[in-house]
Ligand binder design. Structure first.
Ligand SMILES: C[S@@+](CC[C@H](N)C(=O)[O-])C[C@H]1O[C@@H](n2cnc3c(N)ncnc32)[C@H](O)[C@@H]1O
Length: 256
């Protein structure tokens, strides 16, 4: 069985279209996992995927890198706090926010911390956070973080919003209650509409150019006029106007 055939079959098994992801990366990651388990060939790997839900779960985790941290790219979050949030709350009664590939929740909880720091009443916003990977969503809901995840959080905010336990930092339940987590596949699921702010960060890097364009169109359609798309620092739109966007700052695009 060649790689293309293997990946098509795997996609059916784990219910994610891996052909939408950059081939080189999927190949490298599959190879690593196959070597790790001492698997001989693609057919054996496929059989193992059929017989073991545990292996299916591991395979999915291998394909979906979950790296995240609070205040990832701090300059961008500063801009969000100082410029974007005040503007959004000036013009919108209830601000609808979506963290679209939320991983372990650091990103969505960073938003909640910022809004609490801005002293905005939680009744004035809604934060939805979604990911394709159910196990990372479980972690997100638990709100327990290693020191590494909070290294960019200002010390006074760590004191204010986290409790130090033996091996981890527990996030304050007040912040946790402000984020609703859900399972969502960006490739196949329907997106909400009339959103004011979407964070879709550090996931486009995994997709092919065609898929990236399709998803950008879907994200643009989900935003209200003047809504904001916030991408990862290494991701950018070459022709934002093609998707009705205007670049307003590094990684920030406004829907026209
Ligand atoms: C590197 S993390 C980014 C986390 C966070 N946005 C950040 O920038 O820190 C990428 C996330 O995208 C998720 N992901 C990958 N493919 C996806 C898809 N098709 N739909 C939804 N989420 C996906 C992965 O499970 C992973 O949690």
């Amino acid at each position: 069985m060649n790689f293309k055939e293997f990946i098509t079959k795997v996609s059916h098994k784990i219910d994610i279209d891996l052909t939408s992801y950059k081939e080189k990366r999927v190949k490298r990651r599959s190879k690593n996992l196959i070597n790790k388990h001492g698997i001989d060939n693609y057919q054996v790997c496929l059989d193992k995927l059929t017989n073991s839900t545990e292996f299916q779960r591991e395979f999915l985790e291998y394909m979906t890198i979950n790296t995240s941290e609070f205040f990832r790219n701090p300059d961008n979050f500063k801009y969000l706090q100082k410029e974007i949030m005040p503007q959004l709350f000036k013009t919108t009664k209830k601000v609808k926010i979506w963290s679209a590939a939320a991983s372990n929740g650091c990103e969505a909880y960073t938003l909640a911390i910022i809004l609490n720091e801005l002293q905005i009443d939680p009744s004035r916003y809604q934060i939805k956070a979604t990911d394709i990977d159910p196990s990372i969503l479980e972690e997100a809901r638990a709100g327990k973080y290693k020191k590494n995840s909070i290294k960019k959080v200002a010390p006074q905010l760590v004191d204010k919003y986290f409790t130090k336990e033996k091996n981890y930092y527990q996030l304050d339940s007040k912040i946790m209650n402000q984020v609703k987590f859900d399972n969502l596949n960006l490739l196949t699921d329907k997106y909400d509409s009339n959103l004011d702010l979407i964070l879709c960060r550090n996931v486009f890097i995994y997709f092919t150019k065609e898929i990236k364009e399709q998803l950008t169109t879907k994200l643009s359609n989900s935003l209200t006029k003047d809504g904001i798309l916030f991408l990862g620092n290494t991701e950018y739109l070459l022709q934002p106007e093609k998707f009705n966007f205007k670049k307003i700052y590094t990684s920030f695009y406004k829907k026209c």
